[in-house]
Design a protein around this ligand. Structure first.
Ligand code: F0G
Length: 489
C-alpha cells in the first residue's frame, strides 16, 4: 500500500485511557432537570462525550508528562520559567513574558494596565470573558467582524477578519477613547474562523496611522496559522510556526490561554514589547497571581506549556486536527443541519437559529438544541448565542447576532468514531426539530450568566405567545434592548 494515509488518521497512539460511560436516557433527563437545564451545571460523570469546550480538556503527550517531572518549583528564578519564557519568545518574538494561571488573568492584567473608564476597545469579536473583563473596567467592547461573519452559511475563507472600514471609522471618530486594538485568532465567538495575514496587515496599518497598540487574543494561534497556510494565496508551503511568527510580528503584544493551543490543562501568558506596560503588569501579577517567574502556575505547568507550544506547530498534528474537524463538520452538514461554513479550527458550530426557526432568539434556540442533544446522546455542547451574549449592560436583553451551538473538540482526546457518534446524534435531534421548544431564564448573574444560569422549558402558553413571533433575530435589529418578559407578552 503506497498511498499516504488519510489525514484523519490519528498521528498518535494511546498510552493511557480514561473510561467513559453513557448513562441511560432516564438518568440523562433527570440529570438535566437537576442541573436546571444548564449543561454547565451537569456532573461530568453524567456526560458521555464532552464537547463543551476545547479549553484545558486536551490530552498531553508523553513528552509533556516527562517534562513535568523536570519541573523546577523554585519560587524565584526557576529553570522551568526560563524554558517557558524562551519558548514563548521563540514563537512570538515578544521580549516580556508574563505567566498567568489562565487566559482571562492575562486579559485582566493587560486591561488594568491599559484600559480606563469610558474607553472603547475594538476586536473582530470579543470572547465572553474578554468582554466581561472590559466591562468590569468601565470600557465598551466593540465587535467589528467582517460582514461575511454574520452569514453562517456563506463559505468564505477568512470569516474571522476584522471589518477594516468599520475600524477606520471608529478610530477616526472616537480614536482618543481607544487605548488599544484587539484581534482574536481564531475568532471563537464568530465560529472559530481564521483571520488572514492580509487582514492583520490592514489592522496593523490602521494602528500605525492612528498610533494604537495592537494585541492578539491568540489562544488558537496555531489553528489560525494552519488555516492561513491552507487558505491564503502564497502561504501553502510555509511552516505553521513561521506563519504564526508573522502574525505575532504584526502585533505589539498578545494574551494567550495556554489551555487551547498551549496543549496544557491550565495556564496562560501575556507577552509584549513595551517596557513600561510590562513593568506595571508584573506588579499587578505579584498582587494577584504570583511572582513573575511563575505567575499563578507550578513549575511543572510551565514545562507542560513550553513543550506544548513546540508540539502544537508540528504539521502532522495540525493537519490531523483541522482535517478531523472538517470531517466531523461534513458528517453533520451532510445530514442537512445548517452549520457555520466553512468549518474553522477547533469546533463545529451549528446554526441553531436557522435549525429552529420556530424558537425566537429570546427563547434561546441554542439552549433548546444543547439540551436536546444531551438528552439524545449524552453529548455535551455549548450555546454561543443569546443566552451567552444577550444580556445588556442596562439589564435588558437583545438577541445576539447569531445563535450558535458549538461542538468543541478537545485536542488528542476523542477518536473519529466518537466524533461520528456525536455527528449522528446532532442529525437525530435535527430530524425531530419541531419537537424542540424554547426556554426562559429563571435566575442568572449579571456577568457571564451562561455559566450559572437556571433555565426552565417554556410552558405551552408561553410557547404559543413566543413562537407566534418572527423567529429570526434580524427582526429585532435596531430595536432597543428589551426585557425577556416583553417577548412573552
Ligand atoms: N479568549 C478566547 C478567544 C477564548 O476562547 C478564551 C476561553 C479566553 C480568551 C479565556 O481563556 O479560559 O484560559 O481564561 N475560552 C474557553 C472556551 C473558555 O470554551 O472557548 P481562559
Amino acid at each position: 500500500m503506497n498511498a499516504s494515509p488519510p489525514s484523519v488518521l490519528e498521528p498518535f497512539r494511546i498510552k493511557s485511557v480514561e473510561p467513559i460511560r453513557l448513562v441511560p436516557p432516564a438518568r440523562r433527563r433527570e440529570a438535566l432537570r437537576a442541573a436546571d437545564h444548564n449543561v454547565f451545571r451537569l456532573r461530568a460523570d453524567d456526560v458521555f462525550i464532552d464537547l463543551l469546550t476545547d479549553s484545558g480538556t486536551g490530552a498531553m503527550s508523553a513528552a509533556q508528562w516527562g517534562a513535568m517531572l523536570q519541573g523546577d518549583e523554585s519560587y524565584a528564578g526557576s529553570r522551568s520559567f526560563e524554558r517557558f519564557r524562551d519558548a514563548v519568545r521563540d514563537l512570538t518574538g515578544f521580549e516580556h513574558v508574563i505567566p498567568t494561571h489562565q487566559g482571562r488573568a492575562a486579559e485582566r492584567i493587560l486591561f488594568q494596565v491599559a484600559v480606563g473608564l469610558g474607553d472603547v476597545v475594538p476586536n473582530n469579536t470579543h470572547f465572553d470573558t474578554t468582554r466581561a473583563n472590559l466591562e468590569a473596567f468601565g470600557a465598551t467592547p466593540r465587535d467589528l467582524p467582517a460582514a461575511e461573519a454574520r452569514r453562517p452559511a456563506l463559505a468564505h475563507p477568512f470569516k474571522g477578519n476584522m471589518d477594516l472600514a468599520a475600524l477606520e471609522r471608529l478610530l477616526a471618530a472616537e480614536g482618543e477613547r481607544v487605548p488599544l486594538v484587539l484581534v482574536t485568532v481564531t475568532n471563537n465567538s464568530g465560529g472559530g474562523q481564521p483571520v488572514s495575514l492580509e487582514n492583520l496587515r490592514g489592522v496593523r496599518a490602521l494602528c500605525d496611522r492612528y498610533r494604537k497598540p495592537l494585541f492578539l487574543d491568540a489562544c488558537r494561534f496555531a489553528e489560525n496559522a494552519w488555516l492561513i497556510r491552507e487558505r491564503e494565496p502564497g502561504q501553502g508551503e510555509r511552516a505553521p510556526k513561521a506563519i504564526a511568527g508573522e502574525m505575532f510580528a504584526l502585533a505589539d503584544g498578545c494574551f494567550v490561554s495556554a489551555k487551547k493551543d498551549g496543549l496544557a490543562n491550565i495556564g496562560g501568558f501575556l507577552a509584549l514589547h513595551d517596557d513600561a506596560w510590562a513593568e506595571r503588569a508584573s506588579e499587578l501579577l505579584i498582587l494577584a497571581e504570583g511572582f513573575p517567574t511563575y505567575g499563578g502556575l507550578a513549575g511543572y505547568d510551565l514545562e507542560a506549556i513550553a513543550t506544548g507550544l513546540e508540539e502544537v506547530v508540528q504539521e502532522d498534528y495540525l493537519r490531523h486536527r483541522i482535517d478531523s474537524i472538517a470531517a466531523f463538520a461534513a458528517r453533520i452538514a451532510d445530514a442537512g443541519v445548517p452549520i457555520v461554513e466553512p468549518p474553522g479550527g477547533h469546533a463545529v458550530y451549528v446554526d441553531a437559529r436557522a435549525l429552529l426557526p420556530h424558537v425566537p432568539p429570546l427563547a434561546y434556540p441554542g439552549i433548546a438544541l444543547v439540551n436536546a442533544l444531551y438528552e439524545e446522546s449524552g453529548v455535551r455542547a455549548c450555546e454561543i448565542g443569546t443566552a451567552m451574549f444577550g444580556l445588556q449592560p442596562d439589564g435588558g436583553e437583545r438577541p445576539a447576532p447569531l445563535d450558535l451551538v458549538r461542538l468543541a473538540v478537545p485536542r488528542r482526546v476523542y477518536t473519529q468514531a466518537h466524533l461520528d457518534y456525536a455527528a449522528d446524534a446532532v442529525a437525530a435531534v435535527a430530524a425531530r426539530r419541531e419537537e424542540l421548544h424554547g426556554y426562559r431564564i429563571v435566575s442568572a448573574s449579571r456577568r457571564l450568566r451562561l455559566f450559572t444560569a437556571r433555565f426552565a422549558p417554556l410552558a405551552a402558553a408561553e410557547r404559543e405567545a413566543c413562537e407566534g413571533r418572527e423567529g429570526r433575530g434580524d427582526a429585532y435589529a435596531g430595536e432597543p434592548a428589551r426585557a425577556l418578559e416583553d417577548c412573552l407578552v
